[in-house]
Design a protein around this ligand. Structure first.
Ligand code: C2E
Ligand code: CA
Ligand code: CA
Length: 701
């Protein structure tokens, strides 16, 4: 690791610098201390020398210095005066100012003073002490003695009269100094070593701690603190590694993206603590459900990801992705609150959908949004869902053109049947796109495309204009059939759609009661305040309102009570179940919906009725209206069953619910064995739903 190398260099640099510094410091300390000891010793010696001089000169008359001669008795007196100093005094010599020897304790009559030192003592009155090593005897077996040689001025009444040269034995102090120096060196060296060790230890420990915390920080930067799962950064790194291996070994890699449906609502309504607990529980379930080589990560917010190395095929990956979804089947326990939470799961695979980490991640994300918007359990990446895929961009361009040209987009109409009377009591207008090269493009493809790209208002305008024009035509023919137009959630939350409806109705002279609008629950949840304003304006104008795809969202009927809603259209998910041996659960749900809706004065419509049994069941449950392939798919106005638009038919149409739902083996549920000219199957435009369109009499458009 480069950081640990850096840290080691740091410790070593510290070691070198601190050693040099401490050595210099120690040396200076020793030097200064030794100097002080030496100076102190010399000071002591000088004081002794002064005492010797004082004793000696006390008995010498001043004239002796002037004359340069000492009489024998004085000489003896001086000798006697200094005997008290014993061996410590090596030698005493008294000099006159001129350098004549007045007295010498060693009785050597010859000799000269050190002229410079004598001069300094006699003329400047300075005391000068010097340590001198004397070697006595021959080179072999010579004895070395160290002495302190001191020149001191001798004061007379009128000033300096001479000098005393006191030579003291200095062996003892020299030894003491050496001992002291040794001790000082030892103490200082020991101290330095100890200090250094302590400093080094402190620095090394600090450096280690730094190293550990740096490693922790690096780890934390890769781990999500709430769930302990790898974070987006680590996921990206791991994914790169896994993809490199897959490229090398030619294996498949799956990348699953998921998020928690309605997590924001949960967070907002229950609080962030609950939200956090939920995220932790989701993390635990995910973590426990995969192999050790799979990487489960939290991408942030309520988004998680699973990298599936070496998955064999897209199908295997899809099964694993479905496992993710099944992990949410058991409700989550947030303290004593039991919470059912759903998830949207998207899957993209290498090499099938992408061949590098960033596009694989983007595509898994696209798939996840597809799952969310289409209420799929698991969505595998499809380039058609990808807003930025070239195919999608081309289609978007085509939609622009189609919306401007008014040629390729057409309104088809699907009848709504009154279950009690069996009569057609209205139509739903559904848009169709006849694409010049792709053929019929279903609205499930282009409506979301328009919503995502801001073209939805143009699309709604086309739908409303086409439908209201058709209503005007029927009006002119004396046909009085209400038609429902689908509005997108985006229409409700941006201003203008209610004004547009009023304008178009007025322009074409169509009474508002003939127009219905269908809106989904999501439109109400997204921005309830603005949605309500639009709905109220529409209702005030006389337009009736139906809630579409009811039951798959989370709105309750009682929430709708305050809204100006006339109809509830039960989603075909519930209806499909009714046909198959009459699923009890769905039956109960539908029954409850019907009862509640009726109690609020709403009519109930069932969509997606495909078989007579379903229609019968629905009638039994009290559902008011039905719509579905059983009666007719959405067809162009010109192809509507005559009965649907109230056109007088040549042959009677026994359109009772009994014949529709009851006649065994009847291939034509509305019983139109009509004598009207029939349109051939070849002529009939495919409605894009793949249903078998029944032969029906042609109506005028
Ligand atoms: P929707 O409003 O729920 O429309 C009902 C859909 O169910 C239609 O699909 C219809 O063809 C289909 N359907 C009818 N009977 C049956 C049946 O018995 N079985 C089955 N399996 N399906 C049946 P379509 O026309 O493909 O439209 C799909 C969706 O696109 C519509 O769902 C609606 O949400 C949207 N859409 C269609 N036209 C427009 C439009 O002009 N404006 C807006 N904003 N959305 C539209
Ligand atoms: Ca609808
Ligand atoms: Ca619907």
């Amino acid at each position: 690791m480069p950081s640990s190398r850096r840290r080691w260099t740091l410790t070593r640099t510290f070691a070198v610098v601190s050693t040099v510094t401490l050595l210099l410091l120690g040396a200076s300390l020793i030097l200064v201390t030794v100097r002080v000891i030496e100076r102190q010793a010399r000071q002591d010696g000088t004081e002794s020398a002064e005492a010797v001089q004082a004793y000696a000169t006390a008995v010498v008359p001043e004239q002796a210095f002037a004359l340069g001669v000492l009489d024998p008795s004085t000489d003896a007196a001086v000798q006697a005066a200094i005997t008290g100093f014993g061996d410590r005094l090596h030698r005493l010599r008294l000099w006159t100012v001129d350098g004549a020897l007045l007295f010498d304790s060693s009785r050597d009559e010859t000799g000269f003073p050190d002229a410079v030192r004598l001069d300094a003592a006699t003329r400047l009155g300075q005391t000068d002490a010097r340590v001198v090593t004397e070697v006595d005897g021959a080179a072999m077996g010579a004895t070395r003695t160290t002495v302190l040689d001191v020149y001191l001025p001798v004061q007379g009444a009128a000033g300096t009269i001479g000098a005393a040269q006191v030579t003291l034995d200095y062996d003892e102090p020299t030894r003491a100094i050496a001992d002291a120096t040794r001790t000082v060196v030892l103490v200082v060296a020991g101290g330095i070593v100890l200090t250094w060790l302590m400093l080094f230890r402190t620095v090394r420990n600090a450096s280690r701690r730094l190293q550990v915390s740096a490693r922790d920080n690096a780890r934390l930067a890769l781990v999500d603190s709430l769930t302990g799962l790898p974070n987006r950064r680590m996921l990206t790194e791991q994914l790169r590694r896994v993809l490199d291996e897959a490229h090398r070994d030619g294996t498949h890699v799956g990348l699953v993206f998921l998020d928690i449906d309605r997590f924001k609502d949960i967070n907002d309504s229950l609080g962030h603590d609950y939200g956090d607990t939920l995220l932790q529980q989701v993390a635990e379930r995910l973590h426990g459900a995969f192999r050790s080589q799979d990487v489960v990560a939290r991408l942030g917010g309520d988004e998680f990801a699973v990298v599936l190395p070496d998955v064999g095929s897209v199908d295997v990956a899809r099964r694993l992705a479905e496992r993710v979804r099944s992990l949410f089947a058991t409700p989550f326990m947030l303290e004593d609150l039991q919470l059912h939470v759903d998830t949207s799961v998207g899957l993209a695979c290498l090499p099938d959908h992408a061949d590098d980490a960033s596009s694989l991640m983007r595509r898994a994300d696209v798939a996840m949004y597809t799952a969310k918007t289409h209420h799929l359990s698991v969505a595998v990446y499809d380039p058609d869902d990808d807003q930025s895929s070239p195919a999608r961009l081309v289609l978007l361009g085509d939609l622009h053109r189609a919306l401007a040209d008014h040629v390729e987009l057409a309104m088809y109409y699907q009848p709504k049947i009154d279950l009690a009377s069996g009569r057609t009591i209205g139509l739903e207008a559904l848009m169709r796109w006849h694409h010049p090269t792709r053929g019929l493009v279903p609205p499930d493809v282009f409506v979301p495309l328009a919503e995502q790209s801001g073209l939805i208002h143009d699309l709604t305008r086309v739908a409303l204009t086409g439908t209201i024009r058709q209503l005007a035509r029927w009006q002119a023919d004396g046909v009085d059939v209400p038609v429902a137009v689908n509005l997108s959630a985006h229409d409700l939350t941006s201003p203008g759609v209610a004004d547009l409806v009023e304008e178009l109705l007025a322009e074409h002279g169509v009474p508002a009661r003939l127009l219905q609008v269908e809106i989904t629950e999501t439109a109400l949840v997204a921005d309830p305040v603005r949605a309500l304003a639009t709905l109220e304006q529409l209702a005030a104008a006389g337009v009736s309102i139906a809630i579409d795809d009811f039951g798959i969202g989370n709105t309750s009927i009682s929430q709708l009570r305050t809204l100006p809603v006339d109809r509830l259209k039960i989603d075909r998910l519930f209806i499909a179940d009714l046909g198959t041996h009459g699923d009890e659960g769905s039956r109960d749900v539908v029954r409850a919906m019907v009862e509640l809706a009726h109690s609020f004065g709403m009519r109930v419509v069932a969509e997606g009725v495909e078989v007579p049994e379903t229609a019968m069941t629905l009638r039994g449950l009290g559902v008011d209206e039905a719509q579905g392939f059983l009666y007719s798919p959405a067809v162009p106005a010109a192809d509507l069953p005559v009965e649907a638009v109230g056109w007088p038919t040549a042959a009677p149409t026994p359109a009772t619910s009994a014949t529709r739902t009851g006649a065994p083996g009847s291939a034509t549920p509305n019983g139109t064995d009509a004598a009207q000219p029939l349109k051939s199957d070849e002529d009939r435009p495919d409605d894009g739903t793949g249903s078998r369109a029944r032969r029906t009499p042609r109506a005028r458009s």
